[in-house]
Design a protein around this ligand. Structure first.
Ligand code: SF4
Length: 351
């Protein structure tokens, strides 16, 4: 499966955990966006895999998003993967927001999502924008009023226990169709260290007992998953693994990113390893040949030189220095944190 992260119009926040290089950025001109979509459609016809693109980071920043979303819904060979996540800042700042939401709904994109990071104060501090919490909640309410379906993601941080009652009140107000609960993982991206002071521990998460079921979560399953998401659990798992084997495993998903200057890169936004050229002008047959030869890269293991990995014992020693109850979400992210501490270079060279 191939996905192309189509970076249309920057983002309105600068989240500490952002692993896709969000934040304010340049915008792709409308003509370029339409041309790139047409080129991607033709490129997808030359690829054997299921190919999609995602309009990111905050498409609603684009003044002509209604026109662009309509073109995105009408491609033949490539699908627009609509994740619907929004910070709400762009939408609530638009005078034409009713038309924008109507364009999405008319194209069959009915579901939108907002992420909450706790109280307004903690949310705004984590996403590094004043008023961001209020904008997200206002957008959630507005989208529902317009007939969209709303999902809320709760992203765990160390303030969640003290903020739990406030979170419940906001959820009561929003009444989303679905509530997701996320433990931020660690990715080998230079931004990620900024989130570390906010990372929750398993002990803190245990303080959410009672609230998790109130928030629609399977509390027993989540607590079990939390127990298996710590650094200590990652180290136990690592004892039986071979690092070179883990990093050489075949991966089924390939991420590319298309920047606002129309350059197409291998790798997700923020973890690019190779530029394939300006999509407006590249030879599509040649690009398709290059893409077909690429290994999957969803798991960041594909970005490391296997022969430069440290001995497992050295990595385990390093991981033993970290807070053992810190929650990393999954085992690969524990390993990447250890490699970061050891300054083991990824091919993307961010360390
Ligand atoms: S995590 Fe999402 S909302 Fe936050 S800065 Fe990155 S792209 Fe923007």
């Amino acid at each position: 499966m191939i996905n192309i992260d189509f970076l249309l119009a920057g983002c309105n926040t600068r989240c500490r955990h952002c692993y896709v290089n969000g934040g304010p950025g340049p915008m792709m001109a409308t003509g370029d966006a339409l041309l790139c979509m047409e080129k991607l459609d033709r490129l997808a016809a030359l690829l054997p895999d299921e190919t999609s693109f995602t309009l990111d980071h905050e498409p609603m920043n684009h003044p002509e998003i209604a026109r662009i979303i309509s073109a995105a819904a009408n491609t033949r060979n490539i699908q627009n993967y609509h994740h619907g996540m929004t910070t709400g800042v762009a939408l609530m700042g638009r005078g034409d927001r009713a038309e924008v939401v109507r364009a999405y709904l008319d194209c069959g994109y009915h579901t939108f999502g907002i992420t909450l990071h706790g109280s307004p104060e903690h949310h705004d501090r984590i996403v590094r924008r004043g008023g961001a919490f209020d904008a997200a909640v206002a957008a959630g309410e507005y989208l529902k009023e317009q007939g969209a379906s709303l999902e809320v993601t709760l992203m765990l941080n160390r303030f969640f226990v003290q903020d739990a009652d406030g979170i419940s009140r906001v959820l009561d107000r929003l009444r989303p169709q679905y509530i997701g609960f996320v433990i931020p993982i660690f990715t080998p991206h230079r931004n990620m260290m900024d989130f570390e002071p906010y990372r929750a521990s398993a002990g803190m998460a245990a303080g959410l007992a009672g609230h998790l079921s109130e928030w629609g979560q399977d509390e027993a399953a989540l607590m079990n998953s939390i127990e298996h998401s710590t650094v200590a659990a990652g180290i136990r798992w690592l004892q039986d693994q071979s690092l070179p084997d883990l990093f050489s495993q075949e991966q089924e998903e390939l991420y590319l990113s298309l920047h606002p200057d129309c350059r197409l890169y291998v790798g997700n936004s923020g973890a690019e390893t190779q530029c394939l050229g300006d999509l407006r002008h590249i030879d599509l047959e040649e690009a398709a040949r290059a893409i077909r030869a690429l290994p999957g890269n969803r798991d960041y293991g594909a970005f490391y030189n296997v022969d430069k990995l440290p001995a497992k014992e050295r990595l385990i020693n390093q991981l033993s220095e970290l807070p053992q109850e810190a929650l990393f979400g999954d085992y690969p992210s524990v390993i990447y944190r250890g490699l970061t501490e050891l300054r083991i270079p990824a091919r993307i060279g961010y360390f």
